[in-house]
Design a protein around this ligand. Sequence first.
Ligand SMILES: Nc1ncnc2c1ncn2[C@@H]1O[C@H](COP(=O)(O)OP(=O)(O)O)[C@@H](O)[C@H]1O
Ligand SMILES: [Mg+2]
Length: 326
Amino acid sequence: MGEVVGERGVVLRAEGLEHSFGVIRALDGLSFEVAGGELYGLIGADGAGKTTALRILAGLMKPGRGTARIAGKDPADARSGVRELLGYMPQRYSLYGDLSVGENLRFFAELFCLDRRVFAERSERLLAITRLARFVDRPAEKLSGGMYKKLALACALLHRPEVLLLDEPTNGVDPVSRLDLWELLYGFVAEGMSVVVSTPYMDEAERCHRVGLVHHGKLLLEGAPERLVGGFSGVVLRATGEMERVEGLLEGVGAGVIAVAPLGGSLRVVVAAEAAGGVERELRGAGAEVERLRPNFEDLFLARAGEVEGAEGRGGGGRSDLPLRR
Ligand SMILES: Nc1ncnc2c1ncn2[C@@H]1O[C@H](COP(=O)(O)OP(=O)(O)O)[C@@H](O)[C@H]1O
Ligand SMILES: [Mg+2]
């Protein structure tokens, strides 16, 4: 990766990105950096601004304000040679549906002017590791969701990019194929590739070296997932009982209850540490069963989003019930 890794090993930099579509503020000062060989997760709910950020980093659009840099270069500058360093997999419709698996690969090879021999070698390897070799003649539109994403990934990798931008590669993919895709990514990262992957799935945060939580176009939190969860000071309760009564009670408790989210037939309640004892007593007093759970990444996110929305006067009493996915 020698020549690509710039100062402090940073290969990708987003600095103060702002962008609006009419009155919609998609990005509101988004900044983050990714080092060589790092797997960075951009995690956020639908509409958080992930796709807009990745499109800017891929050089497909210019931000209203702020700068994007790949290996120190402007990705929107087609003459800088930066395109060869970059692989980008859009959120959807990146392939030609009526072309076969093999034809799609060939199309991307021509786009990057790969010679025949190089293409033959690389496509063979990519078809093998994605286990798509058997389906080489199948039209892309006839592939399952997971296979389609793997083909899109293979197409984005044909020219051996050093920085790979993946927009929700696991969205709409079955759990087994999701794991498959992550395994593939680990392989590329181990070879020194830098990967930015966006996802709405909170449980995928733990799979990244570092994550940035995007909310309303900016980062709410950033860091190594285990360190972020380890530093979380809140208490997480599972409350089971007559739901309307429990919910009503939590409404009444007010301050101290940071977030409430459904958890099977129960409620997952994130509470400030100093309020936890009191909330537990009240819930039990109302006939609910209460159990303490180990905090996870989603709790952290809900708590932080609740804080921010509370401060901005958006959510009700600092609580948040954002539509994240698990
Ligand atoms: N081309 C567009 N025209 C108008 N609004 C857009 C466009 N693209 C995105 N948006 C809006 O910008 C916000 C951020 O969108 P997006 O970057 O797609 O978020 P995410 O990928 O996290 O779901 C959303 O409110 C979305 O509706
Ligand atoms: Mg998106």
